[in-house]
Design a protein around this ligand. Structure first.
Ligand code: ATP
Ligand code: MG
Length: 472
């Protein structure tokens, strides 16, 4: 495909040159000769009319001698570079001025052969050896035609004139052809080479090789196209990488609990684990099964946000109340770990516009993390602030914190910091990925501030529904 486009262009360019040349050589050449003959004939006709009405008529009337008329004709003949004759009705040449030595009579002279035209080309009844343009004008005295003034010009002279003109046409064509060549060169650099580069890269992409970068940096459509394709390739390559990582993580997270479940069941069945110890191992099996269940549920949840345009059930609800309810659900575990909540909430109520069940999930995941990664006997602060039509919700703990290098990765699916692994074996690493997706589909933001060993704070925003303005 690459070759043929350029080949077609080159062929078109060649065809344009050859056709142009042929047109000038045939069509233009013939038209030009016809035009020159007609134009010269018209000029000569004017001259012949003048000669017939003046000198020739005077000769017939006897007011001028043959010598005088001949010498006048001679002068005009030199000036016109043509032969001039006065011929009687019977074809007898009475006067001849010009090069070709005349016969005395023109055999078979018949003026009617000119038809309605005042000129003709040919050898003038065999009087000339080469093709000649002959123009006639009758000499009329007392309403009677006494003879004719004829002017003969060799067509060879007119052909020479035409050739000069055609040469100019060839030169013009050559210049046009050269200009077209420059355009072709420009086209090659601005369109063909970029298209060639893009096609080559597209071929690489289709083979799954997204490394290829298209090296076009012009500020035009080609540049934009190349930039878009480069962007697409990078996106596709990271997508591919993400998918690979995702599958590796999922397989790993499913394999380890399944392996331990299988191991313990086998040990129970073949009696390696004595009867009295079975309860302990059945509990471990239950723990692993719960973990698998949680993992599956989290993945199903995440899958919902995978595609664009996730449906949200937006309603107006009191975020303060929601926070209180979610916090209450952690009462048991808080008592166990001696962790207390401090709620600093703006006003009595604070209404927001969002999908309530999803925001509950966000709060649940954030508080769950805060509790998991907090030390016993500590406090978790949940605070809401209203600012610029938004509510800022913060969940802050004084736990293990997140190492600087992990800060960006915590949003990735299955990511868990090394610090947290010892503290929480049940976690799947999907909680924050779900949080991020939920906040993104709400078109809101979530940020994290954390210092390793000091604590962590997650802050996200929700659109505020102004109670007084809306009249709720
Ligand atoms: P899951 O939420 O599925 O139970 P998880 O809590 O390990 O698993 P995420 O909630 O996605 O997964 O959190 C990812 C990682 O980010 C955690 O494993 C932990 O390393 C780190 N992290 C999250 N919240 C905190 C926090 N409040 N303090 C310290 N580290 C945290
Ligand atoms: Mg979590």
């Amino acid at each position: 495909m690459k070759r043929t486009l350029y080949l077609k262009l080159l062929l078109g360019y060649g065809a344009f040159g050859i056709l142009g040349f042929l047109t000038i050589a045939t069509f233009t050449s013939r038209l030009a000769l016809n035009y020159i003959i007609r134009d010269t004939a018209s000029d000569l006709y004017r001259e012949s009319t003048l000669l017939s009405s003046s000198y020739a008529a005077n000769y017939y009337r006897g007011t001028m001698t043959l010598e005088d008329v001949t010498s006048q004709f001679q002068a005009v003949s030199t000036y016109l570079d043509a032969a001039i004759q006065v011929i009687s009705n019977s074809g007898q040449i009475l006067i001849h001025a010009g090069q070709e030595p005349p016969e005395k009579t023109v055999e078979g002279f018949d003026i009617t052969e000119f038809g309605t035209s005042y000129y003709q080309t040919g050898n003038f009844f065999g009087a000339f050896s080469e093709e000649t343009l002959s123009v006639f004008s009758p000499i009329t005295i007392n309403y009677k035609v006494r003879g004719y003034v004829l002017i003969h010009k060799p067509v060879r002279d007119l052909v020479a004139l035409k050739d000069g003109f055609i040469n100019i046409s060839y030169m013009t064509l050559a210049i046009i052809f050269l200009c077209a060549f420059v355009v072709l060169g420009l086209f090659t650099f601005t369109v063909y080479i970029p298209i060639w580069k893009i096609t080559r890269a597209a071929k690489d992409y289709s083979e799954g090789n997204f490394e290829t970068q298209i090296n076009i940096h012009t500020n035009d459509e080609m540049g934009y196209l190349a930039a878009s394709l480069n962007y697409m390739a990078t996106e596709l390559s990271t997508l591919e990488e993400d998918q690979r990582k995702f599958i590796a993580n999922v397989s790993h997270d499913f394999r380890s609990p399944l392996t331990s479940i299988k191991g313990y069941i086998e040990a129970i069945m073949d009696g390696t684990i004595p009867h009295e110890m079975q309860d302990k191992y059945l509990n471990i099996i239950l723990f692993e099964t719960e973990r698998l269940n949680k993992l599956t549920q989290s993945m199903l949840e995440l899958n919902k946000y995978g595609k664009k345009g996730t449906m949200l059930d937006i309603s107006s609800f009191d975020i303060n109340n929601t926070i209180k309810l979610v916090a209450q659900s952690f009462e048991g575990i808080c008592q166990e770990k001696k962790i207390s909540f401090e709620l600093i909430l703006t006003g009595e109520t604070s209404f927001v516009l969002a999908d309530m069940s999803k925001i509950q999930q966000v709060l649940y995941n954030l508080i769950d993390n805060a509790i998991k990664f907090s030390h016993p006997d500590s406090t978790i602060t949940i605070e809401t602030t209203e600012k610029n039509e938004k509510v800022f919700i913060s969940v802050k703990d004084t736990g293990i914190g997140i190492p600087k290098e992990s800060m960006k990765k915590i949003w990735e699916r299955f990511y868990k910091t090394d610090l947290s692994r010892g503290k929480d074996k049940r976690g799947t690493g999907l909680g924050l990925a779900i949080v991020k997706e939920i906040i993104s589909v709400h078109n809101e933001n979530i940020n994290v501030i954390s210092t390793e060993g000091v604590g962590t704070e997650f802050i996200f925003t929700l659109p505020l529904k102004r109670e007084k303005k809306e009249g709720i």
